[in-house]
Design a protein around this ligand. Structure first.
Ligand code: PEP
Ligand code: MN
Length: 358
């Protein structure tokens, strides 16, 4: 074969490649249209019966030189890519997705702008136990120039016999201390029926890990005009986490902070396994601010600082951690809350890190 012949064949090959490219993209456009119809009708995207019919139709018409098995394999790859395309389009439609809204969502909580590129801190006791306890922590965090005070009034405990929280009285205590020190309140609500009542006391509605897929609670939080801090479920995938946020946003409330708080794995050295890579994934896939709760993810006081450093370095918008005036007597999470001197050291180190990263 002369060089000339070879060149000509290569030109033909390039033309055929472009024809295949055009056809494959034309096919993809049809696939997208079908995807939209399926989406409206809530029909499952993957349809094996239809795939089998298409493959049979193709191989019935195959006159070689490729064998039917090879043709089936090639078309199966095309089908798979098409399915992924439909799924991508579906994700694109999510209100919380970066594709839908490229710019970062910034949430203003009494002047603390979460998602503005600075590191924010949500600090406070695991549970509200009384006014003095909360006020001592409030005074401390105010002294450090922080704005966001946490504290659980409704505690969704693993055991029904553990301290369940002070309820509305707990919210009243938090509000009183927060007002005295000019702070904003972040507190968990567990019952959809309590959302309205809580609006008078909280600046951020926290939805806890155990309730990430409590869809009625998500909807109720989505119906009000109050920022929501949504924690990742105990064994939730990132896709499930994003969809939980979508539930809130779909009702109209787009002020959502995602909070990675560790997931359940086989590892016993920590209470949960902090999925640190979830932070950049969530930041890429969504436009929402992402915080990391180092207390519940590690369950270990000695790991609070290193994991908080990792979270800041990897791009988290903020850190949540627990501080108690006397952790030894705390009614919940006594092994993992910081006392006030430890909290001050923790903040010194993190402020230093933030300065160095700038
Ligand atoms: C909390 O932050 O008080 C809490 C109970 O955390 P989680 O829902 O992540 O377990
Ligand atoms: Mn706790």
């Amino acid at each position: 074969m002369s060089q000339n012949e070879m060149d000509q064949l290569r030109v033909q090959m390039d033309d055929v490649n472009l024809e295949i490219l055009e056809l494959i993209n034309r096919r993809a456009e049809i696939v997208q249209q079908i995807g939209q119809i399926k989406n409206k009708q809530s029909i499952k995207r993957f349809d094996p019966v239809r795939e089998r019919t298409m493959l049979d139709h193709i191989t019935d018409n195959n006159s070689g030189p490729f064998e039917n098995a090879t043709i089936e394999h090639i078309f199966k790859e095309v089908f798979k890519a098409s399915l992924e395309l439909q799924e991508d389009d579906h994700r694109k439609a999510l209100l919380v997705s970066r594709k839908k809204k490229p710019e970062d969502t910034v949430i203003d909580i009494k002047g603390a702008k979460i998602g503005d590129g600075n590191t924010h801190f949500i600090m406070g006791p695991c549970a509200v136990e009384g006014y003095d306890q909360v006020a001592e922590v409030a005074e401390t965090i105010k002294g450090r120039g922080l704005k966001l005070l946490r504290g659980g009034a409704f505690k969704p405990r693993t055991s029904p016999y553990d301290f369940q929280g002070l309820g509305i009285e707990g919210l009243q205590i938090l509000k009183r201390a927060a007002d005295e020190y000019g702070l904003a309140v972040v507190s968990e609500i567990v019952n959809p029926a309590h959302i309205e009542e809580a609006l008078d006391y909280v600046d951020v509605i926290q939805i806890g890990a155990r309730n990430m897929q409590n869809f009625e609670l998500l909807k109720a939080a989505g119906d009000v005009n109050k920022p929501v801090l949504l924690k990742r479920g105990l064994s939730a995938t990132i896709a499930e986490f994003i969809n939980a946020a979508e539930y809130i946003n779909s009702r109209g409330n787009g002020n959502i902070i995602l909070c990675e708080r560790g997931i359940r794995t086989y590892e016993k050295a920590t209470r949960n396994t902090l999925d640190i890579s979830a932070v950049p994934i969530l930041k890429q896939e969504t436009h929402l601010p992402v915080m990391v709760d180092v207390t519940h993810s590690t369950g270990r006081r000695d790991l609070l600082l290193p994991t908080a450093k990792a979270a800041i370095a990897i791009g988290a918008d903020g850190i949540m951690s627990e501080v108690h005036p006397d952790p030894a007597v705390a009614l919940s999470d006594s092994a993992q809350q910081m006392d006030i001197p430890m909290f001050n050291e923790f903040m010194d180190e993190l402020e230093d890190l933030v300065r160095r990263l700038k």
